[in-house]
Design a protein around this ligand. Structure first.
Ligand code: SF4
Length: 279
């Protein structure tokens, strides 16, 4: 029976910063880094993981689900994953992790799983463990590391930001339904072939009676119309400006308070997040 230390990378900024933080502050721990690959990730995710591997000096284990997105889509009657039925997280993120740690726990190992919940976030569902030998550790909360500190860690290490943060926040899953409308437009503009695939999935879902479109209240075909794009961009800029005005200046870091797409999630757009993979 041994102790294992595991840290899941999502391709996003918080888990990357946590890996860097652990490497720098707890080099004595033999941490096993892993990435649960949905098979529907943005190409930027793999580039970023490669950069991170360079910094960490070890490979990030890829955990591939036995059955991919298309299999599960059929199992769920062609209904797109949605906040109500988040089968993608369950089948493509959680299950591969559970299958990976199961033999460790079965042989009596204690598994410490490091999770990047920041000090400025509330502890949300999704990380509770049902096995007493699987211990969830939240180092950022313990050390008071907030969003600004995550930025410092990423930039200070030289690893920097995932490239997709220029137009997208949180998730590297290409088709994540938690995307804001402005992010769908980002996908259309940067990865038009992926946007087309998303449209095809949506069309197929609607034909099979799915009540869900990827984006709340409209199909991607409606969203990609030029006048609608212009409207969404205008709305995004207005919200961004409002958020900047609203944001109190941090007297300790007056220059550094920053607002990004991540700050603009709101319920009207079906805002929310995947607590498992948006880290
Ligand atoms: S990031 Fe989005 S698409 Fe990916 S598993 Fe989580 S909820 Fe599903």
């Amino acid at each position: 029976m041994v102790e294992r230390h595991v840290l899941g990378l999502s391709g996003g900024k918080d888990s990357a910063a946590l890996a860097i933080y652990m490497r720098e502050n707890f080099p004595e721990l033999n941490i096993e880094y892993f990435f649960t690959d949905t098979g529907k990730e943005l190409p930027e995710v793999y580039t970023f993981l490669g950069k991170l591997e360079g910094f960490l000096g070890k490979p990030i284990l890829r955990l591939n689900p036995q059955r991919g997105f298309d299999f599960w889509l059929k199992e769920y009657n062609h209904f797109l994953p949605s906040p109500q039925t988040r089968w993608c997280t369950r089948q493509l993120k959680l299950l591969p992790f559970e299958n990976w740690v199961k033999p460790m726990l079965a042989q009596g190992d204690t598994v410490f799983s490091y999770v990047a919940i920041r000090a400025d976030e509330s502890y949300r569902e999704g990380y509770s463990s049902t096995n007493s030998n699987l211990k969830i550790v939240l180092p950022f909360r313990e050390a008071g590391i907030d969003k600004e500190a995550v930025k410092d860690i990423l930039e200070g290490s030289g690893v920097g930001w995932p490239e997709y943060y220029k137009w997208r926040s949180r998730s590297g899953c290409t088709f994540c339904f938690f995307q804001q409308k402005i992010e769908w437009i980002g996908l259309l503009e940067r990865h038009p072939e992926e946007f087309q695939k998303a449209k095809d999935y949506e069309k197929d879902a609607i034909e099979h009676g799915s009540p869900f479109t990827w984006s709340k209240g409209e199909s991607l075909s409606e969203l990609e119309k030029p006048e609608r794009i212009a409207q969404i961009k205008k709305d995004y800029e207005r919200r961004m400006e409002r958020e900047k005005q609203r944001r109190p200046v941090n007297p300790l870091r007056p220059q550094e308070s920053y607002v990004d797409i991540d700050d603009l999630y709101y319920e009207d757009e079906g805002g929310g997040s995947c607590n498992i993979c948006h880290k």
